[in-house]
Each structure stands twice: as structure tokens, then as C-alpha cells.
Design a protein around this ligand. Structure first.
Ligand code: NOJ
Length: 469
């Protein structure tokens, strides 16, 4: 018999408003950057699949909350659409209030604890037109939005988070072409990151001011960083990557200050952002009650050959280089490494270096393309690969808990197959299969498996499960 998980462990799944809500211009909602970008350049999106309908939770949340309790989920993370709640950034949309209140209430009625996030890569278009996070005004706009959300839903939501993977809109939007505005400029990226950290802290300040019952956190993609070797140059590359990719948001969020090595790297490369008096103090007020940890794959690095380093740096590739570990196991569909032990290493880092702050695994999951090929004659996807993936990661979560980690839950990405940015529906991640043509939701084998795992509050090996033990 496997060990039980802690009592009241949060078993659940995660999604976001832009990826699942739908109801694009219904109920008073204005456009987000994703809506506009798709209208402008649909060819950039897989199979021309845009954010229009997604999983259509807006129309189907009553059914969906029921489907959650059908498989015993006791918690669920999604986000509020900023441009639905405040279509022009100032005026409260009563239809949005009604929708979210009913949605969150129904979650509670089904015994599902809502964990509600405020920003999931979805900048309102009206603010993007003014420069998005590059414009310092975005901090006050976000703090206002956060306050309104806390006031309107604080009685129903006791777990709040400010951002999802805040480094991603920085790297994908300002160091690459995966998010609008597709800028490639390190200095501007640093400015966006600084404003995002300030916006996070400003929202925490609003939360504390209102004295809302509940806790506030931040959801970070915390990948462990491994060096190719123990040689000094590789270890330096590891320190750089850890500082830039992990600690740039983790340390302000947990310790209320930027890591010293980050400041050194930025100064040395003429990349320090523009700051104002009071920024340091505001950052110090952004300390959270808990962390959400999204974990998919580790970061492996090696030193950049000295003759290839630009100084001052022009890209993150001047600080460390990706190391292709020959022994890695891959998820061939998504092109991502599968390394379940990474979850244990991250949990230990949080325990040892960050005061053992409470955290939960807010995302982990396996994207698979053309998943319909695994459907049996009843249309049930036989996703044994996903069950094994979840099992291996949960075994490491449990090992970390046994070693003293303060982990209070595990959420799969995702509940029902959802729309994924430029990839559209290319990769499926859900416990439930979404039939695109009809919107029908069909549980996969992993949904039945997790239902039993949750009921027993302990892991069940796939081969024992198949034998019906
Ligand atoms: C991370 C993001 O939070 C989510 O938006 C995305 O779809 C999943 N990972 C899967 O790639």
C-alpha cells in the first residue's frame, strides 16, 4: 500500500480564462491582446485556431463544475479576465460580476476550492495600445483591477494569485515572437519584468489593505537548473540561468527583494531598468503567503564559449547556453524533457532556501498531439502515458513531503483540453477530452484513475489499477 497524502491535500486541475472561457465579445467583455492579435495575424496560430470560443466555460460552467466533483476534484484554478471585469479599465461590468460570482459559488457548492488568478498572459487591448507592462501606468491599473476583484469576490475566493508564470510574458513577448508585441530587446524585457514585479507587489498591498479573509500567492514556473559539469564555467552558467529564469521573480515574491547577483548582472551589462524612489519599498511589500509552482521540465545549461559572448549582453544566450543532456527522456509530442525528479529538487530548494514557504504544484502535465488515436470504441482516450507521467511526478511530490516540504496540493494542467496560445488545440492535456465540433466533454482514462486516487488519497500504480485492485 502506498503512503497516504496529507489530509486536505488540494487535488485539482488548472486552466486560465483566456484559454477556456470563450464568450469572446459577450456579456460586455472587451478585447484582450490575444483576440486582437488573432484578428490581425491569424496565420500565426496553429490551424487558424484563435481564442474565440475555446472550451466555452462561459456558457458551460454549470455543467463543468459538476464534472469536477464527478472525478472528486476538491480545488480548481482559473483566472479572471481583466478585460471582462473592467472592459475599459475603469468601469465595473455587472454582467462579469454576476458570471464570476455564480461560477465561484457553484465551485464552492460542489466542494471545489477556487484558486483565482488575476493575470494569465492576457493584457487588455486598450492597455497594450498604451505599451502594456512597458508603460509604468500599468502598475496602477493592475492594482485597481486587483482591488476590484478582491472586493467583488473576496467572500467566495480564499486563495488568490496575482500572476501566472510572469517571466513568460517577458521572454515570449520581449525576447521572442510567441506573445504580442513580439519585441526582441533585452533592455525593454528587463523593464517589463520590473514593472511586473511592482504590479504584483501593488496587488498584494491592496489585498492586505482590504483585510480579505484568505491568502495571496504568485504562480511561478520554477524549473530546477542543472549544469553540464562541475567545472567553474558551467557552474557560473548555472548561477546565471537560475538567477535570470528562476530567482528574478522568486526572490521578490518570497523575500521582497531582488537577488544581488541579478543586480550585478544587469549593472555589468548596462541593463538596469528605469526605477523610481519607492520601488524598493514597494517590492518589499510583495511577500506572499504561498507559492504556486508550475513544473514541466528542468533547465539544463552549459557555459557560453568566451569568444561567443556579447558584452554588454544582447540576449539571455550571453549568460548561459542550453545543454542537451544525452540521457534525457522526452515527451516527443511537446518536445519537452520528462524529469519527475525535478519536482523533488524544486521542493527541496523551497524548503532549504526559502523558509519552507507553503506551496502547491499549480501545473504539471503532458501535452499529446492527435490524442484521438488513443480513443477506444466508447470514445475514452486510453491515456496510460499521462497516468504514468502523473504517477511519477506525484511520487516525487510525496517523497518531498516525507522529507519535510510544505506542499499542500497538486493540480494537473488541465481539466478539459483547452486552447493553447499559438499552438491552438495541437496538444491535448486534459482529464476530459474536448470534442471540438460539439463542445462535448468526455472523461479520459486518467480522469477515472485520478478519481480513485483522490478517493483513496494515495497513489495507485497503473498495472494494479488495470487489474482492478
Ligand atoms: C503553462 C501556462 O501557464 C499555460 O498557459 C500553458 O498552456 C501550459 N503551461 C501548457 O504549455
Amino acid at each position: 500500500m502506498a503512503n497516504p497524502f496529507p489530509e486536505h491535500f488540494f487535488w485539482g486541475a488548472a486552466t486560465s480564462a483566456p484559454q477556456s472561457e470563450g464568450g469572446q465579445y459577450e456579456g460586455g467583455r472587451s478585447a484582450s491582446t490575444w483576440d486582437k492579435w488573432f484578428e490581425l495575424e491569424p496565420e500565426n496560430f496553429n490551424s487558424n485556431q484563435g481564442p474565440k470560443n475555446t472550451t466555452n466555460v462561459f456558457d458551460r460552467y454549470k455543467e463543468d463544475t459538476k464534472l469536477m466533483s464527478d472525478i472528486n476534484l476538491n480545488s480548481y484554478r482559473t483566472s479572471i479576465s481583466w478585460n471582462r471585469l473592467l472592459p475599459d479599465g475603469k468601469t465595473l461590468n455587472p454582467q462579469a460580476v454576476q458570471y464570476y460570482r455564480d461560477y465561484f459559488k457553484r465551485l464552492r457548492d460542489q466542494g471545489v476550492e477556487p484558486i483565482i488568478n488575476l493575470f494569465h498572459f492576457d493584457m487588455p487591448w486598450w492597455l497594450m495600445e498604451k505599451g502594456g507592462w512597458e508603460n509604468r501606468e500599468s502598475i496602477d491599473h493592475f492594482a485597481f483591477y486587483a482591488r476590484i476583484a478582491f472586493e467583488q469576490f473576496g467572500d467566495l475566493v480564499h486563495y488568490w494569485t496575482t500572476f501566472n508564470e510572469p517571466i513568460v510574458h517577458v521572454t515570449c513577448g520581449y525576447l521572442g515572437e510567441y506573445h504580442w508585441p513580439k519585441v526582441n530587446n533585452l533592455k525593454r524585457a528587463v523593464q517589463v519584468a520590473h514593472h511586473t514585479n511592482l504590479a504584483h507587489a501593488a496587488a498584494v498591498v491592496e489585498f492586505r489593505k482590504l483585510g480579505i479573509e484568505g491568502k495571496i500567492g504568485n504562480i511561478l514556473n520554477l524549473s530546477p537548473v542543472y549544469a553540464k559539469s562541475n567545472q567553474a564555467e558551467d557552474l557560473q552558467a548555472k548561477l546565471n540561468a537560475e538567477t535570470l529564469h528562476v530567482k528574478s521573480f522568486l526572490e521578490p515574491t518570497v523575500n521582497g527583494e531582488y537577488p544581488e547577483h541579478l543586480i550585478t548582472l544587469l549593472k555589468d551589462n548596462d541593463l538596469l531598468p528605469h526605477t523610481l524612489d519607492g520601488d524598493k519599498e514597494l517590492i518589499s511589500k510583495g511577500k506572499v503567503d504561498f507559492l504556486g509552482v508550475n513544473y514541466y521540465q528542468p533547465i539544463r545549461v552549459e557555459a557560453v564559449p568566451t569568444d561567443e559572448v556579447n558584452h554588454p549582453a544582447t540576449s539571455l544566450g550571453d549568460f548561459s547556453r542550453h545543454y542537451n543532456w544525452p540521457e534525457k527522456k522526452m515527451n516527443p509530442y511537446r518536445g519537452w524533457e520528462i524529469y519527475p525528479e525535478g519536482i523533488y529538487d524544486i521542493a527541496m530548494m523551497i524548503k532549504e532556501d526559502y523558509g519552507n514557504i507553503p506551496f502547491y504544484i499549480s501545473e504539471n502535465g503532458m501535452g499529446v498531439s492527435e490524442e484521438e488515436r488513443f480513443a477506444d470504441d466508447k470514445g475514452i482516450i486510453q491515456d496510460d502515458y499521462r497516468i504514468e507521467f502523473i504517477y511519477d511526478h506525484l511520487a516525487n511530490v510525496q517523497k518531498a513531503i516525507d522529507a519535510g516540504a510544505n506542499c499542500f496540493g497538486y493540480h494537473l494542467w488541465t481539466f478539459i483540453d483547452c486552447w493553447s496560445w499559438l499552438n491552438g488545440y495541437r496538444n491535448r492535456y486534459g482529464f476530459y477530452r474536448l470534442i471540438l465540433e460539439t463542445g462535448e466533454r468526455i472523461p479520459k482514462k486518467s480522469a477515472f484513475w485520478i478519481k480513485d486516487v483522490i478517493q483513496q488519497n494515495q497513489l495507485i500504480k497503473l498495472n494494479q489499477y488495470d487489474k482492478g485492485e
